[in-house]
Design a binder for this molecule. Structure first.
Ligand code: AHR
Length: 662
C-alpha cells in the first residue's frame, strides 16, 4: 500500500512539473484598439525632479527670491546688500556688491548648486547674469568653478572674467569650459577692478545662471540631456504635468499656477515647493520651484518626445490630506471658482489658440511656438475626494464643454484604489460626464498579485480609466527593486488586455535625486552627473515600446491569464502591431518555479521569425545603481517560433516577451 501511495505521489509531482499551460491566442481577430496614449509618463517636481533634476539650471536661487532668506544657497563674503527694486517686477530682489574696502579684502558670492554643481571636463557651460554698475564705474566679475574641499593649491579650476560697463541693467553671457569633472563644484563670483584687484566700485547682480550648453535639443533654457533622453526612449504616449500634489499646494496660494510658469524666465515668480515640508523625516528647507521649467517647456517636451500633453490644474481645493475634505477657508467655495475656471480656459487658448485673437496664444507664439500644441486633454483636480470635489468640478466641466467640446476632461477617483471614496467618486464622474477618471494606487505586492483582473469587469459605457499614478511599494521594501518591477509588469498585462477601458497609465513618481528625494520608489534616479534607469523603467519601456495597435484575445482554459489561483503565478497578454505585422506576447511568471507555456497561435502556421526578450534577476531585491546602471536590463535574442503551437519554459520570477512576425 505504502509503495502504491509513493508511486502515486511521484506521478502527481511529475504531472505537476510537466503540466503545460496552453495560451490560446487568437491572431485572426483584432480586439480593442490600444490608445496611443496608453503608456505615458507622470512628471512632478518632487525629489528635486525639476530644479536640480530635469531642468538644466545649475544655480540654486538664481534670482535671490528664496524665503525666508533671499541668500539661501549662496555664501556671501565681503560687503553686499540685498535690494528689492530690480528689473523684474515678479522677482524684485537682487544683490548689490560693494567694495570690500581694502585691497586684500574681497566681495562676492558663492553658489552651492543643488547638492553641489556637476560639471564635466571639457564640457561648455553658459554663464549669464543681469548686471549694472550704478555709479557708471566699470567693474569686472570673476566667474570661477571651484572645489572647496580640495587639498590642491588652487580651489578654482576654471576662471573667466566679465566686464560690466553699463549703468543700466544688461544681460552678460560667457561660455566657460570646465577643465575637469567634478560632481560637487561651486560657482564663485568675485567683484574685481579691471586689472583683477579687489573691486573698488559697485555692481548690481541679478538672475545668475549656469547651464550646460549641451542640453536636450540644445535649448538655452534647456533640460539635462541624459534625463530627457530617458523619457524620450520610453516613447511615451502621454506626458502628464506638473503633478501630483503640487497642483493643489499645502495651501491654495502655494498651488501650481501655470500663468506664473510662462513668459521670460527671469520674471517667473518662484514658489515654495510643497515637498519641502511634506515629510519631516525627509525635510528640505530650500526646496523651491523656479518655474524655469514651466508649461511652455512641458508642452514643447511633449511635442519633442511625441507624447500628448496632459496638464493637471487646480479645482480650487488645497491638498485634502493637509486641510480636510470639508468646506473651510482652505478651499474655494463653488461660487468663487471663476478665476480657477479661467485658468483652464486660458490654458486651452495658450496651447491651441490663435495668436492673432488671444493674448495667451500670443504669448505662446512670442515664446517661439506660433503653431498650436494641439492639446486634447485636461485634468481638473489631482487627488480630491468627498462631495467637495464633484461640487467644485461641475462648473469647470460645464464651461470647458461649452467652449471646447473636443477637449477631453479627466476627473479623479481620489487617492485610493478602492473603498468608500473611490466607490462614491466613480459614479459621480460618470454623472458629471468626465471622459476619463484618474486612479492612483501605490500598493504592496499582495495588491498587485491579486489585481490582474482589476479592469475585466469595469463598466464599458462609463468614463475611461487613466491609471495616473501607480507603483508597487514593497512591504518593508518601499524602494526600487526588481521584484516590485516584475509585479508591475504582471499587473500591466491586465491593463493591456483591457485597453478598451484603460486609455492611459503612468507610473509615478518619475524622477529622484539621490541626495534630495522625499518619496520612493521612483522610475529614474540621478546625482549631479550620472543617472540610472530602474527595473521599473525597463518594464515601462517594454510595454511602451511594444504596445501594439490592437488587443489579441489570450486565454488559458477560456479565461484571461491574470495570476488567478489555478494559474501557477502566470500573467499574460497579447497585442498586434500593424506596422510590422507582428504579434507581441507578454508573459510574466511571478511564481517560484519555471512554468511550461504553449503558445497556441490560432490562425498562424509554420515557422516565424521572432525575438524573445527576457527580463529576470539573480537577486529579486536587486536594482541598478549609479555605478552599475545596467546591472538589471532585459536581454533579447532572435528565435524561431513554430505555429500554431510552440512550447517553451518561462523561468521563475521572469518577464518574457515575444515579438513574432506573422
Ligand atoms: O507621486 C507622489 C504623490 O503621490 C503625488 O504628488 C500625489 O498625487 C500622490 O499622493
Amino acid at each position: 500500500m505504502k509503495k502504491i501511495l509513493s508511486a502515486l505521489c511521484l506521478l502527481c509531482a511529475l504531472t505537476a512539473q510537466a503540466q503545460t499551460h496552453t495560451f490560446d491566442i487568437n491572431t485572426k481577430k483584432l480586439g480593442a484598439p490600444i490608445q496611443k496614449t496608453m503608456y505615458g509618463i507622470f512628471f512632478e517636481d518632487i525629489n528635486y525632479a525639476a530644479d536640480g533634476g530635469l531642468y538644466g539650471e545649475l544655480v540654486k536661487n538664481r534670482s535671490f527670491e528664496f524665503t525666508p532668506d533671499p541668500l539661501m544657497g549662496w555664501d556671501a563674503f565681503g560687503r553686499l546688500e540685498v535690494k528689492n527694486d530690480g528689473p523684474f517686477d515678479k522677482n524684485p530682489h537682487y544683490v548689490r556688491l560693494l567694495s570690500a574696502g581694502h585691497r586684500d579684502k574681497w566681495t562676492g558670492l558663492q553658489n552651492e548648486g543643488f547638492f553641489g554643481i556637476g560639471v564635466e571636463k571639457d564640457a561648455e557651460y553658459r554663464f549669464s547674469l543681469y548686471a549694472r554698475v550704478p555709479d557708471g564705474r566699470k567693474q569686472m566679475l570673476r566667474v570661477q568653478l571651484v572645489n572647496q574641499s580640495t587639498m590642491e593649491e588652487h580651489q578654482e579650476f576654471t576662471s573667466n572674467d566679465i566686464v560690466v560697463d553699463s549703468k543700466d541693467w544688461k544681460k552678460y553671457t560667457v561660455v566657460i569650459k570646465s577643465t575637469r569633472t567634478a560632481s560637487h563644484a561651486n560657482l564663485r563670483l568675485m567683484l574685481c577692478n579691471e586689472n583683477g584687484s579687489s573691486g573698488s566700485g559697485t555692481m548690481d547682480v541679478e538672475h545668475i545662471s549656469l547651464f550646460p550648453v549641451d542640453t536636450w535639443k540644445g535649448h538655452e533654457n534647456g533640460m539635462r540631456k541624459d534625463l530627457a533622453q530617458a523619457l524620450a526612449d520610453l516613447h511615451p504616449g502621454v506626458f502628464r504635468f506638473p503633478g501630483g500634489c503640487i497642483v493643489e499646494g499645502t495651501t491654495l496660494d502655494q498651488r501650481y499656477q501655470w500663468k506664473n510658469s510662462v513668459g521670460p524666465v527671469e520674471n517667473r515668480p518662484i514658489n515654495k515647493n510643497r515637498w519641502e515640508n511634506t515629510f519631516t523625516y525627509r525635510y528640505f528647507p530650500d526646496y523651491h520651484q523656479s518655474y524655469g521649467l514651466g508649461f511652455y517647456e512641458y508642452f514643447l517636451l511633449s511635442e519633442e518626445i511625441g507624447a500628448e500633453p496632459l496638464p493637471v490644474l487646480s479645482v480650487g481645493l488645497a491638498c485634502e490630506f493637509q486641510n480636510g475634505s470639508h468646506r473651510s477657508d482652505a478651499h474655494v467655495p463653488v461660487d468663487q471658482l471663476q478665476p480657477y475656471i479661467d485658468d483652464v480656459l486660458d490654458l486651452i487658448e495658450f496651447a491651441n489658440g490663435d495668436p492673432a485673437k488671444n493674448v495667451w496664444a500670443k504669448l505662446r507664439a512670442d515664446m517661439g511656438h506660433p503653431a498650436p500644441f494641439n492639446l486634447k486633454f485636461v485634468a481638473i483636480g489631482n487627488e480630491q475626494w468627498d462631495t467637495i470635489y464633484p461640487e467644485n468640478l461641475e462648473p469647470f466641466i460645464k464651461q470647458v464643454r461649452a467652449k471646447y467640446p473636443n477637449i477631453k476632461i479627466i476627473g479623479t477617483s481620489g487617492p485610493n484604489s478602492e473603498g468608500k471614496d473611490f466607490d462614491y467618486l466613480w459614479p459621480e464622474m460618470k454623472r458629471l460626464g468626465a471622459d476619463l477618471v484618474d486612479e492612483h494606487f501605490y500598493r504592496p505586492e499582495s495588491w498587485f498579485l491579486k489585481s490582474g483582473n482589476r479592469y475585466d469587469n469595469y463598466d464599458r459605457k462609463g468614463p475611461k480609466v487613466f491609471a495616473g499614478e501607480y507603483a508597487c511599494h514593497g512591504r518593508g521594501k518601499k524602494w526600487n527593486h526588481f521584484n516590485a518591477a516584475l509585479l508591475e509588469a504582471a499587473f500591466l498585462t491586465g491593463v493591456e488586455r483591457n485597453a478598451d477601458v484603460v486609455h492611459m497609465a503612468t507610473y509615478a513618481p518619475l524622477f529622484a535625486h539621490v541626495d534630495g528625494w522625499q518619496w520612493r520608489p521612483d522610475m529614474i534616479w540621478y546625482d549631479n552627473l550620472k543617472s540610472f534607469r530602474t527595473c521599473s523603467w525597463h518594464v515601462q519601456s517594454l510595454y511602451a515600446n511594444n504596445k501594439g495597435d490592437n488587443v489579441l484575445q489570450l486565454t488559458m482554459n477560456g479565461k484571461p491569464v491574470a495570476g488567478n489561483d489555478d494559474q501557477d503565478g502566470l500573467f499574460a497578454s497579447a497585442v498586434y502591431e500593424k506596422a510590422t505585422n507582428t504579434v507581441i506576447v507578454k508573459v510574466v511568471n511571478v511564481g517560484d518555479k519555471a512554468q511550461d507555456v504553449t503558445l497556441n497561435l490560432k490562425g498562424m502556421k509554420g515557422s516565424h521569425e521572432a525575438t524573445r526578450t527576457i527580463f529576470t534577476a539573480a537577486n529579486l531585491d536587486g536594482e541598478n545603481t549609479l555605478d552599475q546602471p545596467n546591472a538589471y536590463i532585459p536581454t533579447t535574442q532572435n528565435v524561431t517560433v513554430t505555429a500554431p503551437t510552440q512550447t517553451t519554459s518561462v523561468p521563475a520570477k521572469t518577464f518574457v516577451m515575444w515579438r513574432i512576425k506573422k
